[in-house]
Design a protein around this ligand. Sequence first.
Ligand code: PHE
Ligand code: ZN
Ligand code: ZN
Ligand code: ZN
Length: 300
Amino acid sequence: DAVLVFNEGQPGRTDVVAGTLGTPKTVPVSGLSYEQGAEFVAAGTPTGTLTTDVESDLERSTYNVIADVPKSVLKKIKNPDQVVVVGAHLDSVAEGPGINDNGTGSAGILEIAKQLSSTGVYKGLQRPVRFAFWGAEELSLLGSEHYVATLPEDELSRIYANLNFDMIGSPNYARFVYDGDGSDGDPGPAGSGEIEKVFTDYFDSKGLASEPTAFDGRSDYGPFIAVGIPAGGLFTGAEGVKTPEQVALYGGTAGVAYDKCYHQACDDMTNINVNALNEMGDAAAFAVATLGLSKAGLYP
Ligand code: PHE
Ligand code: ZN
Ligand code: ZN
Ligand code: ZN
């Protein structure tokens, strides 16, 4: 059974991990340290904690959480075999809560899903939108690798595009767009350039600077481009260091990492740049809507 683990053993941690941790043992929750244990929460009710070292003593199962448009909506969609997969990884590294990496991306696509529904925009969809919350990205893209490797060929061939959002609220941010057309050295499969252009045209229209970033497979789009599915996405920077040129474009501090808390305990709620998350979230929503609603489609 899937179990959501919140506040994994550490006071103040807010990470959410989908998976099972064997059979929960019921012990008092007080005085936990990270090493001592994880709190089990099933269906919103704490069911117990674990007293062993959660990092080394257990085999864990991990899950992708996949959400499709309802069948009643799918029935009315013009191009049912052009599925737009919108993905973000749900896990974090064990060292920290993973709020920028990748609470921002997973919360971002969840909000887009909610808005698609509450605004009624889904009624105009020309192609299906599928939301994918990947498990275990930090363990070398386990969730997305598994998904692409095990999806039957006829289902794989229905995927029109993959959009990926991994770190979109970095404190010292830049507006990076995955380089789908090879202008920065990493061309994607045919179609990825068109996806890149959706993002860059959007930023241009808002008078916001952006630039291409490596499209080298370092996140969950990797397994998709490896099988030739066009992909694209956004990123606000990790351990890389901001240049003076980028400060001129985006503000922030030169000589400092885009995210100085990358993969550390300090990647907490205070590690978010709200402007970054707002701008990148809007761009992400724009791209989902463009791919979902465009009558002609993106590719020639
Ligand atoms: N995938 C990396 C992580 O989760 C972050 C990253 C994304 C780094 C894109 C480079 C490019 O840690
Ligand atoms: Zn990471
Ligand atoms: Zn990440
Ligand atoms: Zn490019």
